[in-house]
Design a protein around this ligand. Structure first.
Ligand SMILES: [Zn+2]
Length: 253
């Protein structure tokens, strides 16, 4: 638990450093103290899933399904006229069913990234990111950390993703505290946060989005400023004094 506290203290120190404009490349010295340009070096922490019995079973069933699917397709294409040909379609159906069942047993191999820009679930090598401001609520129910978003809930099951859940809960408390319903005890109960595996995050694609303040499209990357706390985007000429999503102070009074 001591490590956990140290981590939290470390993070808040980093946050204060960024807020006072002392971070190496973070602050925007013209527009405010808690703003990020898109060329900022964003960092995220990689959380590998823990192997659970259920995940192992899912991986085995998925592999068997893939083998059945391959064998069925082979029989269908190559064994026409032979006795085994008649079974090919059943083997294919069995393979598809097994892969379907395996997906229900998941998530095996699902990696979670947590960082300044939000929470990313890596599916088949592609990261699907949810920014902090896009998270409407963070709750803990039935062994799952549940993040409500407009696109549907993002669920981290504790047996497989305890480390990621602990990190998400602490970051959410720091960035969007009013949207977090966990008690301090629940957060502590999630355990320590391991932030050793850090990588550079892909910068967000914001030029297809709109300024949070004016609702006008953001078309030029160098004009975009992100709230360093919740990640919402503003046009540099329309940054409000306080962030409209997380209330962080973006400009001096
Ligand atoms: Zn904000």
């Amino acid at each position: 638990m001591a490590t956990s506290n140290a981590d939290v203290k470390g993070e808040s120190k980093t946050s204060k450093a960024a807020a006072s404009g002392t971070s190496a490349s973070g602050g925007d010295d013209t527009d405010g103290k808690l703003l990020r340009r898109l060329d900022h070096a964003f960092i995220e922490v990689v959380h590998e899933p823990l192997a659970t019995g259920r995940a192992y079973l899912g991986a085995v069933v998925s592999s068997l399904g893939a083998v059945a699917l391959g064998a069925g397709v082979y029989a269908l294409l190559m064994l026409e006229g032979r006795p085994l040909y008649a079974y090919a379609i059943y083997v294919i159906v069995l393979g598809v069913l097994a892969i379907g069942v395996a997906s229900l047993l998941g998530p095996h191999g699902q990696v979670v990234h947590v960082g300044e820009l939000g929470v990313s679930i890596v599916v088949a090598g592609r990261a699907q990111r949810t920014a902090w401001y896009e998270i409407a609520s963070v709750s803990l129910t039935d062994g799952e950390l549940r993040l409500a978003t407009k696109e549907g809930p993002l669920v981290l099951s504790l047996p497989a993703h305890r480390g990621a859940a602990a990190h998400v809960a602490r970051e959410a408390l720091r960035r969007i505290p009013k949207r977090v319903t966990l008690s301090d005890e629940q957060v502590r109960g999630l355990g320590d946060v391991d932030t050793k595996k850090r990588i550079a995050a892909e910068p967000p694609q914001v030029t297809s989005s709109k300024c949070r303040a004016t609702k006008k499209p953001l078309t030029i990357e160098k004009d975009v400023r992100l709230c360093a706390r919740c990640g919402v985007a503003y046009h540099r000429a329309s940054v409000p004094r306080r962030c409209l999503e997380c209330d962080a102070q973006l400009k001096s009074a």
